[in-house]
Ligand binder design. Structure first.
Ligand code: PLP
Length: 411
């Protein structure tokens, strides 16, 4: 975590900084409970987007002129803000990507080049499709074996099965830090230590954790940590892959093009240093700069207080939903946060979502890009309410009333 004074957590004050929250949907006050899909943006990010394109717009890393140098300085300053926020050793370990999906594909391709037939990769039963499919593609390409850690009915990993799967052929464990569908918080530090004990690396999908808890990659001792900017109050189209320097150094480039080279001839090309080796082409400059602003904003907040607040909010919502007859909560892990997924007996999730929408409430319905998880629970999908620190208890009360009204209409 970066140093500096944290302001005491006040949901009223925080809401002031998110203009999107102050709008009417079908003439009702918006209640935004779809933060697992994407987050709203604070003023500091919105102002930075406007400022960049109205004044500072220039390409980076190559111009001699004032604007190019200013854009480069800001883009690189943002990398350092993020490095400090997640407590990475060096800014070279922060690779800008398009998002979580892009970061995982980068690792699957590039780290995958170092693997050979017979090697094993471990994922879990609760992964998002973007932490399943790239590994399947790699396994097909290289003749590797993909193994899946099962879960119990509460939506927790069965750790004894994980222990049994680890062996000298295991090369990588790829696991989500927090499940986007269940809210389960996985013991990634412990899983990493066990992976390291057999010589394997661990990739942590942080798409659902970076916005809900303080992240310290050194303490977690993960080899890779990936997340998306848009879920952590920044723009879409930008994200981060953190990787330990020595491992990133050992990996071949993912894409070829400008910026990732140090010298090109038709006979031979030598590659640039980290992080540029993995950043071919003109990047999402505004995205990188504005993601830095999102992290400046987060740095001023007390994440410990926020984590507690969000957990209480989710528990409150879950306890209220649980009182409805025919309601089944999907995901009852002991260690969970920020997400409540449920199904109502005899009612399709989509119908509840549609009626909630008409009452100004944004939730997600469907499989949440976790189809194997839906198969495990024997359901087509869920209604998912996912919270951020700008949500309130009053909003949860209105949501519960609206769910009740919806059920009564559909019964
Ligand atoms: C959203 C999400 C992803 C994919 O993120 P993109 O921004 O779509 O690339 C991956 N894993 C988890 C757990 C997610 O919630």
């Amino acid at each position: 975590m970066s140093e500096g004074t944290k302001r005491p957590f006040s949901v009223r004050e925080i809401r002031e900084e998110f203009p999107a929250l102050r709008q009417l949907i079908y003439n009702k006050n918006l209640i935004y409970f779809d933060n697992g899909a994407t987050s709203q943006k604070p003023k500091i990010v919105l102002d930075a987007i406007n400022m960049y394109y109205s004044k500072d717009n220039a390409n980076i890393h190559r111009g001699v002129h004032f604007m190019s140098q200013k854009a480069t300085t800001e883009y690189e300053a943002s990398r350092i803000t993020i490095q400090k926020y997640i407590n990475a050793k060096k800014s070279e370990e922060i690779i800008f990507t398009k998002g979580t999906t892009d970061g995982i594909n980068l690792v699957a391709y590039s780290f995958g080049e170092l693997l050979s037939a017979g090697d094993e990769i471990i994922i879990t039963a609760m992964e998002h499709h973007s932490n399943i499919v790239p590994w399947q593609m790699l396994c097909q390409r290289k003749g590797l074996k993909l193994r899946v850690v099962p879960i119990n009915k509460k939506g927790e990993l069965i750790m004894s099965e994980y222990d049994n799967m680890l062996n000298s052929k295991t090369k990588l464990v790829a696991v989500t830090h927090i499940s986007n569908t269940l809210g389960t918080i996985n013991p990634v530090k412990e899983m990493g230590a066990k992976a390291h004990a057999v010589g394997a690396k661990i990739l942590v999908d942080g798409a659902q954790s970076i916005q809900h808890m303080s992240i310290d990659v050194k303490d977690m001792d993960c080899d890779f940590f990936v997340f998306s900017g848009h879920k952590v109050f920044g723009p879409t189209g930008i994200g981060v892959l953190y990787g330990k320097e020595a491992i990133l150094d050992s990996m071949p480039p993912y894409q070829g093009g400008g910026d990732m080279i140090s010298k090109v001839t038709f006979e031979r090309t030598t590659y640039n240093e980290l992080p540029f080796k993995f950043e071919a082409g003109t990047p999402h400059i505004a995205g990188g700069i504005c993601l830095g602003k999102a992290f400046e904003f987060l740095s001023s907040l007390d994440m410990v207080a926020i984590q507690k607040y969000e957990k209480e909010l989710a528990e409150y919502a879950q306890d209220m939903l649980d009182t409805f007859e025919g309601c089944r909560i999907i995901g009852e892990a002991k260690n969970k946060t920020s997400v409540v997924s449920f199904v109502m007996e005899g009612i399709h999730p989509f119908d509840i979502g549609t009626l909630l929408d008409k009452q100004g409430i944004a939730v997600r319905t469907g499989h949440h890009c976790t189809q194997p998880l839906m198969d495990f629970f024997g359901i087509p999908g869920t209604v998912r309410a996912s919270f951020a620190f700008y949500n309130t208890r009053e909003e949860v009360d209105k949501f519960i009333e609206a769910v009740e009204k919806s059920i009564n209409m559909l019964k």
